[in-house]
Design a protein around this ligand. Structure first.
Ligand code: BGP
Length: 470
C-alpha cells in the first residue's frame, strides 16, 4: 500500500538496542556466578570462549553512558540465571542480585527503560546436567527464577520478556548449544516438542505470575519471527509456506497469546506420534498467560517450496537458514534478496509484511527486540568504523517500521541487535553487530576500549528526531 502521508513514530517510542548476558558480560565464573550451558559447551573451532566477551560486567557504566549519548530510551538485556542462582535453584547469589541492581539503576539514572529478557540461551549448567528443558521440573525451576526477578527488580522494571527465541531453540538448538536429546531417546521429534511444551507452560506461568505480582508491568514473549513466502504461486508452494509459517512462527505466538496449539503443527506432530504429553493443569496454565505485547526478533524472511519428500530435517541449520522437512516444505533461496557477508538474506519489505501479519493475527502492540546486520567491521588507525552498510540496513528497516505504523500496526519500540559488539551465537567475535566497537579480536583481548562507529552517530540523529531524520 502506498501512503501519501506517513504517520510519525509515537512520542513514547522506545528507541534502544539489545544484548544478552552470556554474549556480552564476560566474568562468567566470578563473583559467585555458576557456569551456564554456554560455558561448558564445545566452543566452535576458531572462536573465542566466554570468559571476557565485551567485558560489559566491568564496563557497564561506560557502556550505558554511551547508550545515553546515543539517546537510548530503552536497553534490552538478559539476566544470567546462573549469576542469580549458581545452581539454577536453591541459594541466591547476592553479588548477582547486586550486579543487575546496579545495571538497572544505571539505566534509570539516564532515563533508559530496562527491558529484561529472563532467559536467553543460558540454562545453568547444573540444571543442564539434570536434563534442562527435557526435565518436567524445568517449569518450576523457571517460575522460581522468574519470581526472584520480579521480587528483586519489579519495583523498577516495567518491561519483561520471557524466553528469547524459543522457536530457534526448538528448531535448531544444537547450533546455539542448547538442546538436549537424552541418550537412548527413540522419538527425537516427540522429545523436542515435549521440551518445547515445558517452555510454553513455564512461559505462561511466568506471565501470569508477573501480572499477579506486578500489576503495572508488561510482559511478552520474544520469538524470532520471519514471515515465510511461497517460492511461487503454485498452490503446493503456498501450502508449504503455510506449513513452515505454522511451525516456525505461529505455533509460538498462538500459544502465548491464545493458549492453544496451532492446529497444523498439532496435526504434524500427531502424524509422527510426537504430540507432547500434558500434565494436569497444563491446559489451564497455558490459557492463563496473556502477554501485554509481543516482542520479536526479525532478521529476514524465509522462502520455501513444496517438499519433494526427500528433505532431511537439519537441526544444524542456523537461526535464519532452514533446510526443509520432508512432507512439509523445502528451503528455497529467494532470488530477489541480497545476502549479508554471513549468508543471511536481507529483506526490509519483509519486515513490514511480518509486522502486518502479526498484527492482523494477534492485535497486540509490538516491540522489535532484535534486528541488525552482522559484518566484519574494521577499526581504522584513527579509531573510526565506517559501517555505512549497517546504516543502510537499519535505515531500510526503520522505514518499514514507520510504514507498518502507517498501516495501523501498533509499535512500541525498536531495539536492534546489538548495542555494542559482542560474541555471536556461533560465529565468535568476528561477526559484529554493535553501534559501539569493542577493541578485541577472537583471542587477543587487546584494550577492550570502546569506539563510536559511524552508525553510532547516525542512530543518535535518528533518535533525536524520533525517526524523522533517517
Ligand atoms: C539471535 C539471538 C542473538 C544473536 C543474534 C545474531 O538469534 O537471539 O543472541 O546472537 O541472533 O545471531 P548471530 O550471533 O548468530 O549472528
Amino acid at each position: 500500500m502506498l501512503h501519501k502521508n506517513l504517520k510519525p513514530f509515537p512520542q513514547t517510542f522506545l528507541w534502544g538496542a539489545s544484548t544478552s548476558a552470556y554474549q556480552v558480560e564476560g566474568a562468567n565464573l566470578i563473583d559467585g556466578k555458576g557456569p551456564s550451558c554456554q560455558d561448558v559447551k564445545q566452543v566452535p573451532e576458531g572462536t573465542s570462549d566466554l570468559t571476557v566477551c565485551a567485558d560489559h560486567y566491568h564496563r557497564y557504566k561506560e557502556d550505558i553512558a554511551l547508550m545515553a549519548e546515543m539517546g537510548f530510551k530503552a536497553y534490552r538485556f538478559s539476566i544470567s540465571w546462573s549469576r542469580i542462582l549458581p545452581e539454577g535453584t536453591g541459594d541466591v547469589n547476592p553479588k548477582g542480585i547486586e550486579f543487575y541492581n546496579n545495571l538497572i539503576n544505571e539505566c534509570l539514572s539516564h532515563n533508559i527503560q530496562p527491558i529484561i529478557t529472563m532467559f536467553h540461551f543460558d540454562m545453568p549448567a547444573k540444571l543442564d546436567e539434570r536434563g534442562s528443558w527435557s526435565n518436567r521440573e524445568s517449569v518450576d525451576w523457571f517460575v522460581n527464577f522468574a519470581r526472584i526477578l520480579f521480587e528483586n527488580y519489579g519495583d523498577r522494571v516495567k518491561y519483561w520478556l520471557t524466553i528469547n527465541e524459543q522457536n530457534v531453540l526448538t528448531l535448531s538448538g544444537p547450533v546455539i548449544g542448547t538442546l538436549h536429546i537424552p541418550e537412548g531417546c527413540t522419538n527425537e521429534l516427540k522429545e523436542i516438542y515435549q521440551q518445547n511444551h515445558h517452555m510454553l507452560v513455564a512461559q505462561a506461568k511466568a506471565m501470569a505470575l508477573c501480572h499477579e505480582l506486578l500489576p503495572d508491568a508488561k510482559i511478552g514473549p520474544a520469538p524470532n519471527i520471519s514471515l515465510v513466502y511461497p517460492a511461487s504461486c503454485k498452490p503446493e508452494d503456498v501450502q508449504a509456506a503455510q506449513n513452515f509459517n505454522a511451525l516456525r512462527n505461529w505455533l509460538y505466538l498462538d500459544m502465548s497469546v491464545y493458549g492453544v496449539y496451532n492446529n497444523l503443527v498439532w496435526a504434524y506432530l500427531e502424524e509422527h506420534d510426537a504430540c507432547p504429553e500434558f500434565m494436569p493443569g497444563d491446559e489451564e496454565a497455558l490459557k492463563s498467560g496473556h502477554p501485554d505485547f509481543i516482542g520479536f526478533n526479525y532478521y529476514n524472511t524465509a522462502t520455501v517450496a513444496a517438499s519433494d519428500g526427500t528433505e532431511i530435517s537439519d537441526v544444524h541449520a542456523d537461526q535464519q537458514n532452514a533446510q526443509g522437512i520432508a512432507g512439509l516444505y523445502r528451503a528455497f533461496r529467494n532470488p530477489n534478496l541480497p545476502k549479508t557477508e554471513f549468508g543471511w538474506e536481507i529483506d526490509p519489505m519483509g519486515f513490514r509484511a511480518t509486522i502486518r501479519e502479526m498484527y492482523s493475527r494477534y492485535r497486540l502492540p509490538m516491540i522489535v527486540t532484535e534486528n541488525g546486520l552482522g559484518a566484519y567491521d574494521k577499526l581504522t588507525e584513527d579509531g573510526k568504523v565506517h559501517d555505512s552498510y549497517r546504516i543502510k540496513y537499519l535505515r531500510d528497516h526503520i522505514e518499514q517500521v514507520q510504514l507498518a505504523i502507517t498501516d495501523g500496526c501498533e509499535m512500541l519500540g525498536y531495539c536492534p541487535w546489538s548495542a555494542l559488539d559482542l560474541i555471536s551465537t556461533h560465529e565468535g567475535m568476528v561477526k559484529r553487530y554493535g553501534f559501539i566497537y569493542v577493541d578485541r579480536d577472537e583471542f587477543d583481548l587487546k584494550t577492550l576500549d570502546r569506539y563510536r562507529k559511524d552508525s553510532f552517530y547516525w542512530y543518535k540523529k535518528v533518535i533525536a528526531s524520533n525517526g524523522s531524520d533517517l
